[in-house]
Design a protein around this ligand. Structure first.
Ligand code: F6R
Length: 261
């Protein structure tokens, strides 16, 4: 099962995950990170950016693959995940823009974009650490309920719920694209380490279903139960609906020093 870590704040979660990434990059300067967008991973990016600023970490050789992108959105528009990755990740973390890829949501080339992205990930030797957030409907990446556990990068139709959740980034809810291109659950499961973060009461039910519920395509995040090395970092509110909270805390408190995240 996944290792569940319950922390006091988003900032604490960011530091724990940044520690692990910093350690990985110290050993493998060109490590490959899977990069989620949205609000959830910001504490990790902030913690890493601070380490880069203070000279404690150098991420300039790190390679990155974003999880997803909207289809048909202008690449330079503020809502495109390419822009978000550039402003929130590439710049602050001192990554080399040429080493960071985002699925190509351009309409003209969309038919080949999924297979192209899969080839690029394989050519990079696979993803070392995949950072994930979770949607209120249980999606990871933009794998909405019903997504196959074997799915690869492809175009998906966003649910109305996801479009409503993401409307805060757009001028009007109608502007949220209907389609996206996302790494599949199969793509995500190939990453060597999954780190799923969630904060706030709004994520509590989705997290409980993902970690303690049955494996089901209806609950895409439950796919992480199939992964041999998955870490779930939660604040108290997001952990509130888990039945085995006491055990997770006990296991974390007794975690062997040598083990790392
Ligand atoms: C983002 C992504 C999504 C988000 C999820 C949660 O690249 O793939 O799965 O992680 O929608 O979004 P936030 O973090 O904004 O609550």
């Amino acid at each position: 099962m996944a290792e569940v870590v319950i922390v006091g704040s988003e900032a604490e979660a960011g530091e724990i995950v940044a520690d692990s990434i910093q350690e990985l990059v110290a050993q493998h300067p060109d490590a490959v990170l899977g990069l989620a967008t949205g609000s959830t991973p910001l504490s990790v990016y902030r913690a890493l950016a601070e380490r880069v600023r203070s000279g404690r970490a150098d991420l300039s050789a790190v390679r990155g693959f974003a999880l997803d992108e909207y289809v048909g959105i202008a690449p330079g528009s503020p809502q495109s995940y390419r822009t978000v990755i550039e402003t929130e990740v590439v710049g602050p973390l001192g990554l080399d823009p040429a080493r960071v890829q985002v699925p190509n949501g351009t309409l003209e080339t969309i038919r080949a974009a999924g297979a192209d992205y899969e080839r690029a990930i394989v050519a990079a030797g696979g993803i070392d650490v995949q950072i994930l957030g979770i949607g209120t409907d249980g999606h990871i990446g933009f794998n909405e309920p019903g997504s196959s556990f074997a799915s690869l990068t492809r175009v998906k139709t966003l649910t109305e719920q996801t479009r409503r959740d993401n409307a805060r980034f757009f001028d009007s809810p109608d502007d949220v694209p209907v389609h996206c291109i996302t790494q599949g659950l199969g793509t995500i499961l190939r990453a060597r380490h999954l780190v799923l973060l969630a904060f706030g009461a709004g994520k509590a039910d989705a997290i409980a279903a993902a970690i303690e519920g049955p494996l089901s395509a209806s609950n895409p995040a439950s796919a992480i139960q199939l992964h041999p090395h998955a870490t779930v970092v939660l604040d108290e509110a997001a952990a509130a609906a888990l039945s085995d909270r006491d055990y997770y805390r006990y296991a974390w408190a007794n975690k062997p020093e040598w083990q790392g995240l």
